[in-house]
Write a protein that binds this ligand. Structure first.
Ligand code: TSX
Ligand code: MN
Length: 608
């Protein structure tokens, strides 16, 4: 305690006085500390060892605590307008929740006092980004969840080395409690303490502080990730002139050894982690992974955009991950991994939907809910929770990029936006310019699934894939993005939109996807080199006839169906976007976005 930098000491002391833990443990980040913690978690029945693998563990949560709680996630600023645009009268905002700092203080005061009684408060000094990088930021998380400590040890760089680099500098304050002081007043489910009825995730932008209560689940409790790296991060980025984005970062090398880096934003259920670790099926190409979820990007003194991955691991959705869809992820998770809410196999391994062909016929499955001898035929429920996760060190990824921890970041040559669009949206197109590219990000929509709280299969607006993660008014966020086109001597990256998910009239996917997406990346690579391979369309620049490399594809693709721009569809899309922007962003919409929408409408109307 006494060795802590003064500001850290004061913050920890405040939290002790508020939460009244029985003991305090300052995490040093050592191997021994982690081993002891995992042993304790096992003894307490929170983690179960998975003997099929080395140092792998299974956690099952209370079934009421399985996802981020968007409804209960708030940004607190003095002015509401600083957090969310004022929606059109009678319309509820989909762009975040606001509460005044005073009202939020009152809510927190109903929850945090004495909430850690009988428990240990762990103090986690952590760095988002390589320690010492000028692009990195430091946080101090106080938590009463040892599961969170073990997970933060994977997802961030943590321990004494962080305190050493902090000195007396600033840090983001992060307080987390599962909200179940001891002795318990009601039984737990799965030994997983949480308080779903009182869950609340609060962000104070004006003082860089996060307070999360009642949930132990990843997105609500690993405060470095969505809370810090995106919600607090995006606000820091606006103030300081950079970007904190919900983007993967990949390296792409062609057969000549030329290399580009690409950042890409996709809504959930588009296979972002699969793309970040893709095995290209186009000969000569190599993909390397820098990150699968978050990019912090800044223009350097030469006007080159550079990115770091602020994370140290992958907290990926398990179902759908297999040796077919993502062999690199499968390799990564064989050791030192914490699985949450997946199913178990009788040979001491894990199982989830998508692994049917990769387990022995004679193994028995126990579902995440504890149903023994689970079979797909017999049970009405899935074996693994649809939002079940692996939490695994990035360093174990077999195609991790050599520069992934480079302190100045990797140079970003292109930005991709994408979505799950069954109709109307072509496989790939390029924005006419930066302003049009920002409009493409603002206009992102995607078919939604059961992740987070949404159930129905509907087209959801998810601008920049940031809808649940904006740390401030989305209109101001658009102005921030737009502002870079007026700055001098910036080498603005080209912006693209991709859609792996277009279907034909029989409902079959028109594009094979996965490793074959290398063909799209190859086209983007050549566009970065300014090859003359585009043709104008009403919505953007499409690949010129024959410029997409389709050599050696197993099955022919219907290029006409993949790339046609249906006039009626796009007129409807313009109307839907107009409604969305008017209702949701209203007077905060930058004029350039309105202008781009108008120009799109004109181009579509004037097309054949
Ligand atoms: O991750 C996906 N990617 C990106 C890969 C680098 N998925 C899985 C999405 C769920 C998370 C995809 N699904 C992709 C894709 O490119 N494309 C599709 C749709 C699709 C699914 C199956 C087939 C073809 C397309 N074909 C067969 O199963 C034979
Ligand atoms: Mn994400």
């Amino acid at each position: 305690m006494s060795q802590l930098p003064e500001k850290v000491f004061n913050y920890v002391e405040e939290n002790i006085n508020l939460c009244k833990p029985d003991s305090v443990h300052i995490c040093d980040g050592s191997q021994m500390e982690n081993d002891i913690l995992l042993y304790q978690l096992q003894k307490d029945g929170i983690l179960k060892k998975l003997p099929k693998y080395k140092n792998c563990w299974l956690a099952k949560t209370d079934p009421a605590d399985v996802a981020r709680v968007e409804r209960l996630t708030y940004i607190s600023t003095e002015l509401k307008r600083d957090t969310i645009p004022t929606p059109k009268t009678g319309v509820a905002s989909q762009l975040g929740n606001w509460m005044s700092p005073a009202d939020m203080e009152e809510q927190l005061f109903m929850r945090f006092p004495e909430c850690m009684k009988g428990r240990t408060m762990y103090v986690i000094p952590f760095s988002m980004g390589p320690i010492g990088s000028p692009l990195s930021k430091i946080g101090i998380q106080c938590t009463d969840s040892p599961y969170v400590v073990a997970s933060m040890n994977i997802m961030t760089r943590m321990g004494v080395k962080v305190l050493d680099s902090l000195k007396d500098g600033d840090f983001v304050k992060c307080l987390h409690s599962v909200g179940r002081p001891l002795p318990l007043t009601a039984p737990l489910h799965n030994n997983w303490p949480c308080d779903p009825k009182n869950t609340l995730v609060a962000h104070f932008q004006e003082r860089n502080e996060i307070c999360s209560f009642g949930s132990g689940y990843g997105g609500n409790s690993l405060l470095g990730k969505k809370c810090f790296a995106l919600r607090i991060g995006s606000k820091l980025a606006q103030r300081e002139g950079w970007f904190a984005e919900h983007m993967l970062i990949l390296g792409l090398e062609n057969s000549k050894g030329e290399k580009k880096y690409i950042a890409a934003a996709f809504p959930s259920a588009c296979g972002k982690t699969n793309l970040a670790m893709m095995t290209p099926l186009l000969p000569g190409y190599k993909v390397t992974c820098v990150g699968d979820d978050i990019a912090w990007m800044r223009f350097d003194e030469n006007g080159q955009l550079r990115a770091i991955n602020p994370e140290n691991g992958f907290f990926g959705v398990a179902p759908g991950t297999s040796n077919k869809t993502n062999p690199c992820a499968m390799d990564t998770i064989q050791t030192n991994t914490i699985f949450t809410n997946v199913a178990e196999t009788s040979d001491g391994g894990v199982f989830w939907e998508g692994l049917e062909k990769e387990i022995d016929d004679d193994v028995e499955i126990t579902s995440w809910l504890g149903e023994e001898h689970w079979t797909k035929e017999k049970s009405s429920k899935t074996a693994a929770h649809p939002n079940s996760r692996f939490c695994t060190p990035a360093s174990q990824c077999p195609i991790l990029d050599k520069e992934w921890e480079c302190p100045k970041g990797v140079p970003i040559d292109a930005i991709i936006f994408g979505g799950r669009r069954p109709d109307g949206v072509p496989l790939v197109y390029e924005a006419f310019n930066w302003q049009h590219g920002v409009f493409l990000g603002a206009s992102m929509r995607s078919e939604a699934t059961a992740a987070a709280e949404h159930k129905a299969k509907s087209l959801m607006h998810d601008p920049f894939a940031m809808r649940p993660f904006f740390g401030y008014n989305f209109g101001d966020y658009l102005k921030h993005w737009m502002s870079f086109q007026d700055k001098k001597n910036l080498n603005l990256p080209k912006i693209f939109h991709v859609n792996w998910f277009r279907k034909n009239s029989e409902g079959q996917f028109l594009w094979p996807g996965f490793g074959e997406n290398a063909r799209v990346l190859d086209w983007i690579f050549r566009r970065i080199n300014n090859e003359d391979i585009t043709q104008k369309s009403p919505i953007g620049l499409l690949p010129k006839f024959d410029s997409l490399n389709l050599d050696g594809l197993d099955n022919p693709v219907d290029l006409e169906a993949l790339f046609n721009i249906p006039k009626e569809f796009w007129l409807d899309e313009v109307k839907a976007l107009e409604k969305y922007f008017e209702e949701q962003v209203n007077v905060d919409l930058p004029p350039q976005i309105r202008e781009e929408l108008k120009k799109l409408e004109e181009r579509v109307k004037n097309s054949a």
